[in-house]
Design a protein. Structure first.
Ligand code: COA
Length: 317
């Protein structure tokens, strides 16, 4: 029986426990030995973190980026964590260009002697802008990279596996505002909703052929490559806040901590592994439940324009 007069129990909220250290793996060593993993946007940030976890488990990895400058340093980092002598290669490609996509897959096959077994659609474009200020070209650019580019890459991956009769696994990096809407990010939120929907459609279309398709959503996982826009957004919403380990960011998460990029990498390596073969059409959110925070009474509304430090809307060019 509980005695209400008994000694007080320690109930201090401590948040979700810290993850295992960098370099740890949940899957057996060599899980991806002999596999090729293609990661778009794998030269920087979370894409690079995901690529690293596949490399650590023995995969060959090809990273794809729009900018050649990102590739060489990333390849060196991947080679450092790679186990079992996995080969690390890179290709420059703007995934908006449907005519370039087959070339990337050809290059991957030529360099690694096999078609990619896993495709991670991580490349995306984003910047905050109130919808009324967004130019048609700004909308088109983000939808083109985030949704159309993901479709072009996934389509090519699927076609090659269907033609060869081989299984494969696709992971598309999404965003929780695919469900909730994303004030200030109408283009990206709509594109990510499209990506989530595409995952659900293709998982059914291609399941019979052994191709898994899943989505993966990161929460706040600070890293050195965060764009100026994201840094400015964090700064505005938690003044004085910096990057990783900043207590001001930590207390704003139900986990009482931000995420580590490797936590996204571990989720990706699980989703594409033999241990997750029956998971398809699912979008997994790795954000410590931050996106579920809801209340009937929330902080006072601040318009998107105010959040972005913009004055009143004025019609004009
Ligand atoms: N606010 C408002 N509009 C913006 C903008 C911003 N911060 N950044 C770009 N745009 C608009 C441009 O003005 C242009 O529209 P316009 O022709 O009507 O003026 C349109 O978007 C295309 O921009 P542009 O820079 O010409 O396209 P791009 O293809 O060279 O690059 C991005 C587009 C989105 C990739 C580029 O802005 C970028 O590098 N962003 C940061 C990187 C990023 O998005 N990382 C992913 C994080 S998830």
């Amino acid at each position: 029986m509980t005695d209400s007069t008994g000694p007080a129990r320690a109930t201090t909220p401590r948040g979700l426990p810290a993850p295992p250290p960098a370099g740890a793996t949940a899957l057996p060593p060599g899980t991806y030995r002999g596999s090729l993993v293609l990661v778009t946007g794998g030269g920087t940030g979370l894409g690079k973190a995901v690529a690293a976890e596949f490399a650590r488990l023995g995969a060959d990895v090809m990273i794809v980026s729009r900018r050649a400058a990102h590739l060489e340093p990333a390849l060196e980092e991947l080679a450092r964590v790679s186990r079992d002598g996995g080969a690390m290669t890179a290709a420059v490609c703007d995934i908006r260009d449907p005519d370039r996509i087959a070339e990337v897959f050809d290059a991957a096959e030529a360099a690694h002697g096999r078609a990619p077994d896993v495709l991670v659609n991580n490349a995306a474009a984003n910047f905050p802008v109130p919808a009324e200020d967004m130019s048609p070209n700004a909308w088109r650019t983000v939808v083109d990279i985030t949704l159309n580019g993901t479709f072009y890459m996934t389509r090519e991956f699927g076609r090659r596996h269907l033609a060869a009769g081989t299984p494969g696994s696709v992971i598309a990096v999404g965003a929780s505002y695919a469900w909730t809407g994303g004030p200030g990010f109408a283009h990206s939120a709509a594109a990510k909703a499209g990506v989530k929907n595409l995952v659900e459609t293709l998982a059914v279309e291609w399941g019979p052929y052994g191709i898994q398709v899943n989505g993966l959503v990161p929460g706040l996982m600070p890293h050195e490559d965060m764009t100026g826009d994201i840094r400015a957004n964090l700064e505005r919403n938690s003044p004085g806040g910096g990057l990783g380990g900043d207590p001001d960011h930590d207390v704003r998460q139900p986990a009482l901590r931000v995420g580590a990029p490797r936590e996204l990498g571990w989720a990706a390596t699980f989703l594409a592994s033999p241990y997750a073969r029956f998971i398809s059409g699912h979008t997994l959110v790795v954000d410590g439940a931050n996106w579920q925070r809801r209340g009937l009474v929330s902080p006072p509304v601040v318009t998107v324009r105010e959040q972005m430090g913009r004055g009143p809307f004025r019609e004009g060019p």
